[in-house]
Write a protein that binds this ligand. Sequence first.
Ligand SMILES: Cc1cc2nc3c(=O)[nH]c(=O)nc-3n(C[C@H](O)[C@H](O)[C@H](O)COP(=O)(O)OP(=O)(O)OC[C@H]3O[C@@H](n4cnc5c(N)ncnc54)[C@H](O)[C@@H]3O)c2cc1C
Length: 362
Amino acid sequence: MACIGIAGAGLLGRLLAWHLGREHAVTVFDPASGPQARSDGQGAAAFTAAGMLSPLAELDNSGPAIAALGWRSMGLWQEITRALAQPGTAAGELLRMRGSLLVAHGSDLGAAQRVLARLAQAPSLAGVSREPQPLDRAALAALEPALDARLHAWLLPGEGQILPLQVLPALCAAAGPVRWRWGCTVAAVRPGRIELDDGSAQHFDLAIDVRGTGARPDLPVRGVRGEVLWLHAPGVTLQRPVRLLHPRHRVYIVPRPCGHIVIGASEIESEDRSPVSLRSAVELMAAAHSVLPELAEARIAHLETNLRPALPDNEPRIDHATGLLRINGLYRHGWLLAPALVQDALAQAGLAAPASEITHAY
Ligand SMILES: Cc1cc2nc3c(=O)[nH]c(=O)nc-3n(C[C@H](O)[C@H](O)[C@H](O)COP(=O)(O)OP(=O)(O)OC[C@H]3O[C@@H](n4cnc5c(N)ncnc54)[C@H](O)[C@@H]3O)c2cc1C
């Protein structure tokens, strides 16, 4: 049994605690007041995330290595959420694997086809092609009757969504006898040592730094502002995430439990956590309404801003040295990448077996 300290109880911190908490003596430090979900945008980016698991669609913003990590994570999320589901809780309340849709208005078809061409170049994995499947009007209406029937649409089978506000507390609850040190800000993470901002330090066999944007100056991480809107639209049925392919805006619409729909997200090179701007709100809402006209009577429930932790190359990074492990740079696809990155990081630290060959075919 190793003595392990984890700085940060966001997505990575909770996932690590869940993996390690039953076999090792684990202590987790975070400035938050407790494990509960928060919507003030001041805590983990993981709470604000839309939770889309989109290895294929994310190829528009990243390379094939990210997609490969993402496909591996999809299989791991299925195992993790099955394990997290309590008696009486369907695993489907944590993870939904119904594919996702790309849609475009007729006037934007040229821009959409450029994106689709990029996605089509993605290497197949385990011999399985994951190309977007064009849908005709009848097929679109059968899948998502609430969407504007004039849209061009493509199904991305195998993509899915996770429900962050359900999964994050569930990871804490199922992590076993972990010592959660809420209200503790970590000033520095050194090999075998975590230093708190009150000047005290605690010693561990392994100190893990997963503070996201809080890991500066130990890592050159920056925050990338993202804004989302929560709508309450109980009459509007949407089964899966929808992305609008648009030459100027990247907008997605993601269904959540209890009649809620999340619309996101801006991506702004700024660490400003102040409330959502009028411009972002107008653009997000106008784009969403153009795709899903039934949203006209939706109620605006909540607006939220948070920062995605990104490294200079926008790639995720694992650093391991004796007594020290750092994982950061999950940027705009942390939920997509976290399980595979955690698996690789724990293997590097000698705490888990290396990832085996992927055999899943979604
Ligand atoms: C608007 C938005 C939409 C997104 N949508 C998606 C999506 O659809 N799909 C997807 O895959 N990803 C998405 N993401 C990205 C994803 O949320 C992040 O990549 C992921 O949360 C990063 O995980 P992390 O554990 O590194 O950081 P975080 O989740 O931010 O957690 C960091 C933790 O460290 C703690 N911390 C900070 N400083 C300190 C300190 N000094 N001491 C101790 N603890 C500290 C924080 O309180 C926090 O709990 C989105 C992000 C945003 C903002």
